[in-house]
Each structure stands twice: as C-alpha cells, then as structure tokens.
Design a protein around this ligand. Structure first.
Ligand code: 7TS
Length: 407
C-alpha cells in the first residue's frame, strides 16, 4: 500500500485500464468510487480464509468472521468520531439508512401538524422518505430556500425551523452543486426547537474529516461504495438515545432478545437493526477502506478534493459556452456543468469516446434541476486518485465536444 496522495493512483487496479484507446480518466466518484487493492484483498482474504456467519456459531471461522465484522464497526466508529461502536448500524447504504430513520424514528414520533424541514438540493433519498412519512403521519414538509449561488440561505433556515419542527434533514455536501452545507449551524437551530438533525453524509463522509459530535447530528447516513469500499454496505450512525427510541425495520433472525409464539422483544442496538445475515464481506471491505483512507489522511484528502473541485470550476467556467453550477468556493470535489446547445448525455458520450468517465442526468435531484431551471447536467467528480492532469483531460474533452458539435 502506497499511503500517500501523490502516488495512490497505482493502488487502484482499474485506473490502469484504457477506454476507447485512451487511458481511463475516472471522474464519476460521486456516483461510486474505485477500490484500492487493499480493499479487494481484504474481501478476498475474508472469503478465502474466514468465511462464516457472524454472531451464531462457536467454531473458529465463525469467531474470526465475527471479529472481522465487529472490528469493521469499531473502525467506522473511530473514523467518524462516534462515542461507541454500538452507535454504528450497518445498512446497505445511504438510501437504506435514511429510510430507516424515516420509518423507524419519524413514523413513530411525528403527529399531524408537526413539521419536517429539508432543502431543495437534496438527493431523492433524502427527500422521498420524508415526503412519504409526512403523508402517513399528517406532518408537513417544509423547505429551507437556497441563495442564488446554491448555498443554504441561513435566514430562510431561521424562518422555517420553528416550534413545530420535529426533524431537519440536510445533506452535508450537495452531489450536484458541490455546496458544503453549514450542518453545525443548522443542527443548532434544530436542537434549539427540540428537533432531531438527520445528515445525509453520502458525499461528505468520503471527502471530509467527519466528527459526529462537532457536526451536531443525531443521525448520519453514508455509503461504503463512495468511500472506496464495496457496494451494498453503508452506515447509519445515530446517538444511542435516538437509536433506542427507534423501531426496527427488518424483523427476523438475530434482531431479537426473546421470541414466543405470539410476540418478541428486540435485541440491543445495533443488532436490533441488523436482522438477517448481514453483508459481512462488505463490512470487512469497508473496514479496509477506512484503514486505507486513514493511512493517507482525511485532512489531506479533504484539501485535495476541494482544490480539484475549485480548480475544475474555474477552468470550466472560463471556457466560452460552459455554464457551471453552485458556488465557486468553497466547494467539494465535484462540478456540474452544461455546454450551450448540447444535451448532457451527448456530452458524456463524447467524453467517453475520449476515455473520460463523467455522469450526465438529473443526479436523482429533480427538484434541484427545477430550481436550476435545467432538465439535466453533466458532472465531473474527483477523489484522492485524481490530479490536475485529469482536469486538463476534462477541459480537452469539453473542447473536443464543442468541435464535434461544430462550435
Ligand atoms: N445522498 C446523496 C447526497 C448522494 O449523492 C447519493 C448518491 C445518495 C444519497 C444515495 O446513495 P446510495 O449509495 O444509497 O445510492 N448519489 C449518486 C450520484 O450523485 N450519482 O450516483 C449516485
């Protein structure tokens, strides 16, 4: 393992491949990040050496599997500054974590007239669960408005968060605008009125130092696959008191304390939320990803990703005919943009022909597309293995696309 930013690209086997005869430039890490050899090997080693079900049997392999699974929980807890490993619930990803909070906490605590507050920049995973739970409980969904540059309008937040607010749900970093949201300030407003603060960390946890106590969150959901871990594993962190007052979602094996013919009582947190055989290999891989990111250093990764995001924004903004979205700085390591008169899907296709992988579409943020008054955008997103030469290739691909369409 290299464990330095400058040379980490060689830790990622996939980044050595070519696409359409060009060396791959992977600029879609906001969708999913690539995996370093250390993660691939940890998963392989687990299956080759220790595969067994967890928390059930007493044989050696089962002990090893349980130790690896619980060890991953401890690594994740340390990575986000959780007080106790038991506050880390393994899920399938951000979407599942946010749905757990909506169904397990909000459905139980909201009543007609209560208010849930979110923003128009949210990913659908941090919007639809709240729409649905409001519909079920008679609560009302309200929105903090955005300033014209795509940042959270704190005055709007102060107006919208009030005595009826029971829950505030906000992403820490927008997957389209790149905005870094003032979570601590919003959490303070939420707590001042007795509301619970739910943070969508899908884009922040992989790219920023995360300390849940300083964040002021009550719940934080994120995905392993966006932070160099496997797909199908994620985390819902919650304060122990909040997790304890939450209903389980998945009923079945391993989430119970005692079962009779007619009734059951629940196991302690986090087992209460991890019914069924969990994604053991996924957790092991996530633990390895946490080790890898920690060895390189999250402070260095945060500074690196921001620098690339801000540089890409400036460079794209200086190309005639390119519109970039969100604030110039500070911003996270991603830039959404459009080329005048060219559909973003066509942009992404020409980029692919040049070996440059970006995403185009509404990025699961249709209300934000409505706010921006566009149908969709192209988006380049960066991670630790990208560097300035990738931004050169990005700008070259923009020029090539303009030429292709006769501009
Ligand atoms: N929240 C945000 C802010 C996200 O960016 C995403 C995924 C999710 C939630 C959902 O995460 P999942 O792992 O449960 O799917 N965002 C993207 C994206 O921007 N492009 O592809 C997936």
């Amino acid at each position: 393992m290299t464990a330095t930013l400058a040379s980490c690209k060689r830790d990622f086997p996939i980044l050595g491949r070519e696409v359409h005869g060009h060396p791959l430039v992977y600029l879609d890490s906001a969708a999913t990040a690539q995996k370093p050899r250390a993660v691939l090997e940890a998963v392989r080693r687990y299956y080759e050496q220790s595969n067994a079900n967890v928390h059930r049997s007493v044989h050696t392999l089962a002990d090893e599997a349980t130790a690896l699974y619980e060890g991953a929980r401890q690594k994740v807890a340390a990575f986000i500054g959780a007080e106790r490993p038991e506050e880390v619930v393994f899920t399938r990803g951000t979407t599942e974590g946010l749905n757990f909070v909506a169904r397990g906490w909000a459905a139980r605590h909201l009543k007609p007239g209560d208010e849930v507050v979110t923003s128009p920049m949210e990913h659908h995973s941090n919007l639809i669960p709240w729409q649905q739970v409001c519909r079920q409980t008679g609560a009302r969904l309200r929105f903090i408005e955005l300033s014209p540059d795509g940042t959270i309008d704190l005055q709007s937040a102060a107006r919208v968060i009030g005595p009826k607010t029971r829950l505030v749900a906000l992403s820490a970093l927008s997957n389209v605008l790149g905005t870094i949201n003032p979570i601590a300030a919003i959490a303070e407003m939420a707590h001042a009125v007795g509301a619970v603060m739910v943070v969508d960390g899908a884009q922040s946890v992989p790219h920023q130092v995360t300390r849940v106590q300083e964040l002021g969150a009550d719940f934080l959901a994120f995905s392993g696959h966006k932070m160099c871990g496997p797909t199908g594993i994620g985390v819902l962190w919650g304060r122990m008191e909040r997790l304890e007052e939450m209903d389980p979602i998945l009923y079945g094996g391993e989430m119970i304390a005692y079962v009779s013919r007619d009734a059951a009582t629940w196991a302690a947190v986090p087992a209460k939320f991890e019914g069924g055989t969990p994604n053991i290999a996924g957790a092991v891989g996530l633990g390895a990803a946490v080790d890898y990111l920690t060895a390189i250093g999250m402070e260095a990764i945060e500074a690196h990703d921001r620098r690339l995001g801000e540089l890409a924004y400036r460079r794209l903004a200086s190309v005639p005919g390119v519109t970039v979205y969100g604030p110039p700085a500070p911003r996270g390591g991603l830039v959404a943009f459009n080329l005048a008169g060219i559909h973003p899907h066509d942009v992404a296709q020409v980029f692919d022909a040049h070996g440059v992988a970006i995403r185009a579409g509404h990025h699961c943020c249709q209300p934000l597309m409505q706010w921006l008054d566009v149908g969709s955008t192209a988006r380049a997103s960066f991670y630790l293995y990208n560097d300035e030469s990738d931004i050169d290739r990005l700008v070259e691909a923009v020029e090539a696309t303009k030429r292709y369409f006769g501009q």
